[in-house]
Design a protein around this ligand. Sequence first.
Ligand code: ATP
Ligand code: MG
Length: 458
Amino acid sequence: MSKPKILIVDDEESIRTQMRWALNADYDVLQASNRAEALSTMALEEPAVVLLDLGLPPHTDSSVEGFAALSEMRSRWPMTRVIVITGNDEHDTALDAVSRGAHDFFAKPVEIADLEVILRRNLQMVELERENTRLREEIEAREGTAGRILGTSRPMVELMAMVDKVAQSNAPVLLTGESGTGKELIARALHERSNRARRPFVAINCGAIPENLLESELFGHEKGAFTGAHALNKGKIEYADGGTLLLDEIGEMPLQLQVKLLRFLQERTIERVGGHKPIEVDVRIVSATNIDLQDAITAKTFREDLYFRLNTVQLHLPPLRDRGNDAALIAKAIVARHEEKHGGPRVNLTREALDAISAYEWPGNVRELENRLHRALIVSNGERITPADLELSGREEGPTSLDLRAARERVEREVIVKALEKHNGNVSRASIELGTSRPTLHHLLNKYEITAKEYARR
Ligand SMILES: Nc1ncnc2c1ncn2[C@@H]1O[C@H](COP(=O)(O)OP(=O)(O)OP(=O)(O)O)[C@@H](O)[C@H]1O
Ligand SMILES: [Mg+2]
């Protein structure tokens, strides 16, 4: 097992050396003499524990710089334990540091025996927290997206079988499909069902990040690589090491970066912006697009050689309208989840609402379905969700299923509407025309949520 990494931040070299000698046997000891150095070392080495002297240059006789370092460390690496070192008579400062997020403190002069106790205690905490996170992730991975990808339609069952097969390999996967069809969900499933599941899943949206920032987002940058690069920053590719990287909206990637990405895919090494040594990275690449990359290649906005690299396996997400009863199934699941979360009385999707959901084209796919249902759950009467709550007419063209009752009801509704139109919204006359009693017609108007008055000519 490798030794735990600890970082000593102190401007006095003699103190650093003394501690290093004392701790070298049990720990991998790193050193920094000021805030900037400390932060880049943390970015690069990710130590488990930091020993932080608060009196850092340029303010060696106050805690200003030390506190600044503390707060930056706590916000950027919440899992790292920070132990502050204070002067002998600075008990208040020590308490102040703890209230600002330090995990522990001790006073100079440093007693090595005390220090070792404190270090052991904190490393134990790190271990516990890591174990905790690992267990939580394992549980999430097991229940994970697997339970959330709904669909019993043939194209979805076939797709999920492919996902299981492809997940085991390292081959690049290109996910295609309209907006809202579940590309990101499938990308996560590919990760969670692979042997990389315990390593990071990192997603980057190539369309949402300004071109000049995208390169350093992807590849990282060295400290001082450009104005504003105060500290070293790892890129998303490096963060995903051992895991999976999702390049979302890959079609939006600027050509100049496509070249660099291609080089990475060929050589499996990256160079940080402003850096000169290649860094080896092992990531599985999944990319996603809702545009036709073939068109983009023809239009010369996408490189064909990159396309071939990314497209070893292509998985296509069918639009929701081609997934049979899946829309209704997902809708019911959303309502059930809402109940589970908020309690309260049972909410039901009316037969008409389910028909309307089946008949609708869903141009925004599953995301649109989610949005309409969340809205409907708010505006409905809390008992039933009607087509109107979903802002669906309930009378989409043509029968899409072979459900006899639904077909009968659809025709019934249409005939009633025609009769009302003919008789200017007059229920008595419409009921005579339809050969039924007035109360029966009223009952039907209720059932189909037809308002007779709406058919009065203006
Ligand atoms: N089969 C499914 N079962 C349940 N929920 C789904 C399914 N497919 C997608 N969703 C949900 O629909 C929403 C949209 O999915 P996702 O973000 O993966 O789509 P996308 O294809 O990446 O869309 P875009 O191209 O717009 O980025 C998410 O909330 C996702 O959880
Ligand atoms: Mg997406």
